[in-house]
Design a protein around this ligand. Structure first.
Ligand code: GDP
Ligand code: IMO
Ligand code: MG
Length: 439
């Protein structure tokens, strides 16, 4: 019963969608376990490009059952829309299984997300504004509404009434926003419930059964290690457990069932939204200048670093080995898929951060106090590049230019985890498989 967790090792957008799509063929189930439609996962096969938010990225593989686990928060309108988009593309969603325990993003969650960001002003998190935080907040406060509650109108109305008796006064009196009525929300959400009902199931039981029958399960993480609610750069994080451990709680599969954890690692680093980012090469508009701003722009341009969900320009920076080691540890990585190596063909030399310096102290491990991250000065090693050489046709490690090979083995040594997949372009085929085995 080989099962594998895919996790982001940085601040998201590492290329999880591409790798999930690539390896799903070896699995019988492909499962999302946390997050919601804050995720934007890109899958490119030939002319076809999909941007997925809630559906597991293995959806193109007809033989793998797509599952949305209990740890995911679902905006039902967005899910219905995404299913329609896939059906229009000729991709069937008929096998989709949705956990009846997944929590539902309500309209007021989206209002609170936006209003709270406004309240925070300069200190805002820079959320995707999809209602993720407020929905997980209600879940933790035991006030949430689960997808199973939508199946019985009476129960749904009762739960809504209770929720609105608390939400409406806050919306109106604290944020100056319009209140909701039970009828208005029912009118919008009950038709979604009718569409989604056939897909709802007890997914923990389903996956348990699958494991007993020796089926293979692939867990697809969203966001990344440093956006994890516990292990990330709190409070500049999302509200779920993005690390490998989240795959167990977010699906009901015991941790002993997980054999492999593959960390998706960009050959440089990006981040969307606020929060510390030691190796950031700031754009002029973010206070950067000269070489720093040029590097930031060059990474953004070569890597097409714009958000899939919000279209925001991603902050870009050099590879950070302190983070890489931390991600290896907190996720128990067995493998690394190094993505976007081709993007670094834009540079003469490439920098790698091996430690931080802060107030006379050197840190080669993730600092205990976040204030260090804010003020950390990266200690860089500069490596020779392979400027202008096109990597996109390379299909074996040996075909890569020597400096690119050296870059990969250097990063491997820094994190202590083997790089068993290398991305040399966005297409599924633009990949070097270097020893990756699902079993
Ligand atoms: P995710 O959120 O981790 O699934 O990543 P995103 O889809 O948000 O962002 C990754 C972007 O990089 C997408 O546009 C992918 O098509 C692209 N991508 C993934 N792997 C590679 C790669 O190896 N090389 C290049 N050039 N692009 C890649
Ligand atoms: P994928 O799965 C990159 C970031 C937001 C913000 C913070 C909190 O595509 O890698 P939220 O809306 O979750 O409350 O926002 O987390 N964020 C992401 N950044 N990729 C993502 O997903 C992200 N999902 C959330 O920008 O900083
Ligand atoms: Mg993304």
């Amino acid at each position: 019963m080989p099962s594998t967790v895919i996790v982001g090792t940085q601040w998201g957008d590492e290329g999880k969608g591409k790798v999930t799509d690539l390896i799903t063929k070896d699995y019988d189930y492909v499962v999302r376990f946390q997050g919601g439609n804050n995720a934007g996962h890109t899958v490119i096969v030939g002319e076809r490009k999909l941007a997925l938010h809630l559906m597991p990225s293995g959806i193109m593989d007809e033989n793998a059952v797509p599952v949305i686990g209990n740890g995911v928060v679902i905006d039902p309108g967005i899910l219905v829309e995404e299913m329609q988009m896939l059906e229009d593309e000729g991709i069937s969603c008929k096998n989709l299984k949705i956990s009846c325990d997944a929590h539902v993003i309500m309209p007021y969650h989206k209002d609170f997300d936006g209003a709270d960001e406004k309240r925070l002003g300069e200190n805002k998190i820079g959320t995707t504004n999809r209602g993720i935080g407020p929905c997980y907040q209600d879940k933790a406060a035991r006030k949430g509404i689960r997808i199973q509650d939508l199946l019985d109108e009476k129960i749904f109305r009762l739960k809504l009434e209770t929720a609105l008796s608390q939400k409406n006064p806050v919306l109106e009196k604290i944020y100056g926003l319009a209140p909701y009525t039970v009828d208005r929300i029912c009118e919008e959400y009950l038709p979604y419930a009718r569409i989604l009902k056939p897909y709802m199931t007890e997914t923990a039981q389903l996956l348990g059964e699958a494991l007993r029958n020796n089926k293979n399960i692939l867990f697809e993480g969203a966001q990344g290690t440093l956006l994890d609610i516990d292990h990330g750069t709190y409070p500049y994080v999302t509200s779920s457990s993005c690390c490998a451990g989240g795959a167990a709680t977010g699906t009901g599969v015991g941790p002993t069932a997980i054999n492999k954890v593959i960390g998706i690692q960009k050959a440089y680093v990006t981040r969307v939204g606020g929060g510390p980012f030691p190796t950031e090469q700031r754009y002029v508009e973010n206070g950067g200048a000269g070489e720093e701003a040029e590097t930031g722009e060059a990474l953004c341009k070569a890597g097409h670093e714009f958000g899939v969900t919000t279209g925001r320009k991603r902050r870009c920076g050099w590879f950070d080995a302190v983070i890489a080691r931390y991600a290896a540890e907190v996720n128990g990585l067995t493998d690394i898929a190094l993505t976007k190596l081709d993007v670094l063909s834009a540079f003469d030399t490439i920098k790698v951060c091996i430690a931080y310096e802060c107030q006379g102290k050197t840190y080669d491990y993730f600092p205990m106090q976040q204030s260090v991250l804010f003020h950390a000065k990266p200690v860089y090693v500069e490596l020779p590049g392979w400027k202008g050489l096109d990597l996109s046709e390379c299909r074996s490690f040996e075909e890569l230019p020597q400096n690119a090979q050296d870059y990969v083995t250097y990063l491997e040594a820094l994190s202590g985890v083997p790089v068993t997949i290398i991305g040399v372009g966005p297409d599924r085929d633009q990949t070097i498989v270097r020893g990756w085995k699902s079993k």
